[in-house]
Design a protein around this ligand. Sequence first.
Ligand code: GLU
Ligand code: ZN
Length: 473
Amino acid sequence: MNTENKEIRVRIAPSPTGAVHVGLVRSALYNWLFARHNHGKFVLRIEDTDVARSTQESVQAIIEGFKWVGIDYDEGPYFQSQRFEIYRQYTKKLIDENKAYFCYCNPDELEAERQKAWEKKIAWKYDRRCYNLTAEQKTKYDAENKPKALRFLIPNETVIFDDIIHGSIKKEPQDIEDFIIVRGDGTPTYNFAVVIDDAEMKINHIIRAVEHIANTPKQILLYKALGFSLPKFAHLPLLLGTDKKKLSKRHGALSLWEYKKAGFLPEAIINFLALMGWSPGHDIEIMTLKQMIDLFSLERVNKANAVFDINKLEWMNSIYIKNSNSEKLANELLPLLAEIQIKPEDHKHFLRVIDLTKIRVRTLIELRDMVGAFYLKEVQYDAENVAKYLTEQAKDYLKQMNTRFENLAEFNTANLENELRKLAEELGIKAAVLVHPCRVALTGKSVGPPLFETIELLGKETTIKRINNIVNK
Ligand code: GLU
Ligand code: ZN
């Protein structure tokens, strides 16, 4: 809980350099839930100082992605690329106060030194050599237009901070390098820009991925050097694949849009991601956004890594689909069924088909296929099913059954079942011997929604036609 009396201000600060990673959505969600729970503000800041790697498409994808999953922001998007003048003012301050110095070293040469040390397994850090340059040397280098980066002079003090999730963390100054805050090309680095922006934007809780925990001591020293008051830090647990290795491409889709394409509902994705590190307690799993907001607290975020289990996401998605209003699902499905063209007069029928099928799918794509099968002109037959179920014997049974179906006065579930069972009894066979070939003949598949409801929804004409096609083949 917020014990201080000031407004909670949090942010998500994505770098727009690629796909909208599910880890980013998780971080955004936790910030958002924290803000909404505490009636605070949630800020979006685009960290696009890396001009070469940042793209407009990525910015757009992030903004649309948050919108799609229902994460709205109160301020922003701010763009770091438009704030260089602000960073420059702080650079000047640090230089004037002798808290930063120029480094004329060639980055490639330093990198080679680092690499060599690494191969020999020796710890290496920049040795501050440029701090001791004489005024003459600096004048000479400047006259030569030698590129120079600005380094932060790490003060000689131990950093200790209390991470809300990870507890007390301590770092000694000798383990921190005088890191670069402005590159040779004049662009600010992440650690520098992030501190200035978080301070200027009055962010008081930094909630982000645990990958940034190692940056935090550096940032804290900058906060102090610049005279800013410190925010609180909460580093979210690492996302792992089911093999307990850091979540990566090997584990499957990482981008939010890939999940959308695969037929996941935003509500399911959000519910699933909410549990990737946070436990509301009492074994609660399926939650509305409102419940998540009510229950959310950083104290209940785990330190332990979270396992991203796609099977669990599929299970959740199936529940969200099942609980979705069929009219809403119809809207989702129509664009996916574009080539089938459900006519307006078939809308009621369409909804009944969705009612019947939505309880047995994991994704919208599965639902589309199952629903689509009712309207396709040509059934997509699975060769294996045909070989197994549509034997000559079965075709003979189907022929007899078709005649009975054709003669039914009322083509409804109860009558259809009654007719099939009667025929099975007369033939001295189990009903299943008829049921399976009938399903395959009508849908191409060996599993699916309950057969007799399916037949009723297919309607007399389609049913008779499909079975005739098989029987006469
Ligand atoms: N731009 C950084 C990232 O995307 C932000 C990290 C932070 O939240 O401080 O990883
Ligand atoms: Zn140097």
